[in-house]
Write a protein that binds this ligand. Structure first.
Ligand code: PAF
Length: 295
């Protein structure tokens, strides 16, 4: 990081919990409310959509940039995860950001990651992404809870691209009675439909062309359901198509939007979700949809 705790920079960048608390305290004493966007940096339009939505609330806007080691598995990409702090700060220039909180790992985990108290949102954390990335949602819930305690936001914004994460955060807020409104922003996509993600930068030109199949397969499941067909066949077909396109599929499933459980007969608000690897790069995507009455 090249910009230190710096009051004179255009956007104040705060690196310590103590300094963040001091500034938050001033705002709270002045009766101001706080809108919060937690991120791991490497901003794309998806992140900026979250910041703009937070801005539109009229509250003080705080963005955190912290690549959270607790949510990475031992064999995952913590070391290579794209970091672009200066570019990230520059890209916020069109937004009204009142503070960027960018702590070091030791600030968030003074006893080390393995020695830290952890938050487990039971059930929802252990299916789908949680099954394929054990411990991932414990890492997410722990850091988000900690960031909430430091920033004390009135509201926070999360992307629907990480749909299961959004539900995990909502459940954590409900279960722990945190006085924070959780808002979501729809997935922002590239022109060809690929969901924007920091991990897209791992794809080479050929993989980038193949990556679009993930969205196409999901859209096909939704189209089939909209045409009144049994989406189960479309899911099987999507799995085959992804394998043929060179993906190693972790899952393609249709679940209930509310809790990601297997739909019962009569459930209408559904979502198709997928996770698949293209060589070393793991991509996730989803499309929510409403099941039409049979024609
Ligand atoms: O979605 C992310 O970028 C991260 O999972 C989050 C919510 C910032 C927690 O580290």
């Amino acid at each position: 990081m090249s910009l230190a705790d710096n009051e004179s920079a255009q956007i104040p960048i705060i690196e310590t919990v103590e300094n963040a608390r001091a500034r938050i305290h001033q705002w709270k004493m002045a009766g101001e409310s706080i809108a919060f966007v937690p991120t791991m940096g490497n901003f794309h339009q998806g992140h900026l959509a979250l910041v703009k939505a937070a801005n539109a609330s009229g509250m003080r806007t705080v963005v955190s940039i912290f690549v959270n080691p607790m949510q990475f598995g031992k064999n995952e990409d913590l070391d290579t995860y794209p970091r672009s702090f200066d570019e990230d700060i520059a890209s916020l220039s069109d937004c009204q950001v009142d503070m960027v909180f960018a702590p070091a790992v030791s600030e968030i985990y003074p006893d080390g990651v393995d020695g830290a108290t952890a938050v487990h949102v039971r059930g929802l954390s252990d299916i789908l992404e949680g099954e394929h990335r054990p411990g991932f949602f414990i890492g997410v819930a722990t850091v988000v809870n900690m960031l909430f305690n430091i920033i004390q936001p009135d509201a926070a914004w999360f992307g629907e691209k990480d749909y299961q994460q959004l539900l995990v955060i909502r459940k954590m807020v409900r279960d722990l009675a945190l006085p924070i409104e959780i808002h979501s922003v729809p997935t922002v996509r590239e022109g060809d439909g690929l969901a924007m993600s920091s991990r897209n930068s791992y794809l080479d030109a050929d993989q980038r062309k193949l990556a679009i199949n993930l969205y196409r397969c999901l859209q096909h499941v939704v189209d089939s359901a909209n045409e009144g067909m049994d989406y189960h066949y479309a899911v099987v077909h999507a799995n085959q198509e992804l394998t043929e396109a060179g993906f190693l599929t972790d899952y393609v499933v249709v679940r209930r939007q509310g809790d990601l459980e297997v739909p019962n007969k009569g459930d209408k608000s559904l979502i198709v979700l997928a996770a698949a690897r293209l060589d070393g790069t793991r991509l996730i995507d989803n499309i929510p949809f409403e099941l039409m009455p049979a024609r």
